[in-house]
Design a protein around this ligand. Structure first.
Ligand code: SF4
Length: 436
């Protein structure tokens, strides 16, 4: 009997991507094959996203497409927490699970598509099945979140914080590095809360004790000799402790830290910490310790009741903070979010207008910050080699969300190479460099 084939659609954020990788790794270990199209698959798994309404629609559409093209569909992921909504539109799905449910998904696959007789005939690479290119990988350190930001429904879908023990995370990181991964992207819903649920328990790691905690994890990952990038760092005060590790080159001088707003009344309504003055002081202090730090943040404009003056306070914060990379969403009322009950929802037109003003304001800041790097030599990691040259990323750029560094004519390089370039040109987001 030939090995059964599973099709897979992975939607949503990097955390969902890691779930997909874990499911695929398990299935491959059991002898299932992964098929690139619906027609050649015996069954399709759709890993959904439910973060904003557009993502919900995309997930429902993908389920519909998989049903039409294949017929046998298992649904997993964040949207799985809203079973009724899925079943209302697609009553034919075989099984629905929530996020982070590898065991349940694999069990459902067994039920509807039993494995072939020789489960260990297919060999798995040591790093497992990766959906990212070979030279970088996402490292998921925890699941869920203890916060209750009023605009977010992730905790209701993924539950409270559950951290992976530090020795497990470090073993995985070491395996990935040994398999040739050059950059680890540390992800979770709340990276800086890592270990809180495990009371920061210590584990023995290569002869010394390492705590299940943000700082210790960062320090130990820094010993691997590859790039380590921290994502989704909630702005707790203890985040300040990792900045010296960045200054010492142990982990990348890059902090993805969502501030969401600058006005203290709006932050309070969002149930987010700290007011703008504290955050500005902290950003200044970080830059003093680590002048090369890249700060990426995300914001929400048009939150219920946001006044023009409060919005302008946010623009003022951007001017003073001079952050490198900034993402912004116009507030959208996600079904089930507490913020939907707040009074004074803003008209769409006002939200869109504020979003446009925000983006234009920050675009100038980001562009000016790129200009400051021209003439400098930086190490970049090659992501892609094309006919015209190489496409790389600097320490300041995370894959998919930040900019790129183009090296015209450098077709002799290989994906995963680290090379030094002199930065010679920039636009609003990307840079151009010459090999040195
Ligand atoms: S920190 Fe807030 S926005 Fe982030 S996952 Fe937790 S509740 Fe959602």
């Amino acid at each position: 009997m030939s090995n059964p084939r599973v099709g897979f659609i992975s939607l949503g954020c990097p955390k969902a991507l890691v779930d997909s990788e874990q499911i695929l790794t398990r299935l491959r270990m059991e002898g299932y094959r992964v098929s690139p199209n619906y027609q050649e698959s015996d069954l399709v798994i759709v890993n959904t996203c439910g973060f904003i309404d557009a993502a919900v629609e995309e997930s429902l559409d993908s389920i519909g497409e998989a049903l039409a093209e294949n017929g046998k569909v298992i649904v997993t992921g964040c949207l799985g927490a809203r079973q009724d909504e899925i079943l209302e539109r697609h009553p034919q799905v075989l099984k629905i699970t929530g996020a982070h449910a590898t065991d349940e998904v694999v069990e459902a696959v067994h039920e509807y598509l039993p494995p072939a007789h020789h489960p260990f005939t297919s060999l798995i690479p040591p790093q497992g099945v990766k959906l990212t290119p070979k030279h970088y990988a996402y490292l998921k350190i925890s699941e869920g979140c203890n916060h209750r930001c009023t605009f977010c429904i992730i905790p209701s879908m993924r539950g409270d914080l559950v951290s992976r023990p530090v020795a497990d995370v470090l073993s995985e990181a070491e395996r990935l590095a040994a398999a040739g991964v050059k950059e680890l992207l540390v992800v979770s819903q709340d990276t800086s809360a890592y270990g809180l649920d495990l009371k920061y328990q210590s584990r023995d790691w290569k002869g010394h004790s390492v705590k299940t905690q943000f700082y210790d994890l960062a320090e130990a990952l820094g010993e691997l000799g590859i790039w380590v990038r921290m994502h989704y760092v909630y702005p707790y005060p203890h985040v300040d402790r990792v900045i010296p590790l960045m200054a010492d080159g142990k982990i990348l001088p890059y902090l993805d830290i969502p501030f969401q707003h600058a006005n203290s009344r709006i932050l309070k309504l969002m149930k987010r910490p700290a007011a703008a003055e504290n955050n500005l002081d902290r950003i200044r202090a970080w830059r003093q310790i680590c002048p090369d730090i890249t700060i990426r943040s995300t914001f929400i404009v048009g939150f219920p009741g946001e006044t023009e003056q409060e919005f302008e306070e946010l623009l003022q914060f951007l001017s003073e903070a001079q952050m490198d990379r900034v993402g912004c969403f116009a507030y959208s009322p996600v079904k089930g979010a507490a913020a939907n009950q707040l009074p004074d929802a803003l008209p769409e037109q006002v939200k869109e207008e504020r979003l446009a003003r925000f983006m234009a304001h920050q675009a100038e800041i980001s562009a000016a910050r790129l200009q400051r790097r021209l003439g400098k030599t930086e190490t970049v990691l090659v992501d892609e080699v094309v006919e015209e040259g190489s496409v790389a990323r600097s320490k300041a750029d995370a894959p998919e969300i930040d900019g790129q560094v183009f090296i015209d004519g450098a077709t002799q390089l290989k994906v995963g190479d680290f090379v030094d370039v002199e930065l010679v040109e920039a636009d609003e987001y990307d840079l151009w460099g010459k090999l040195v």
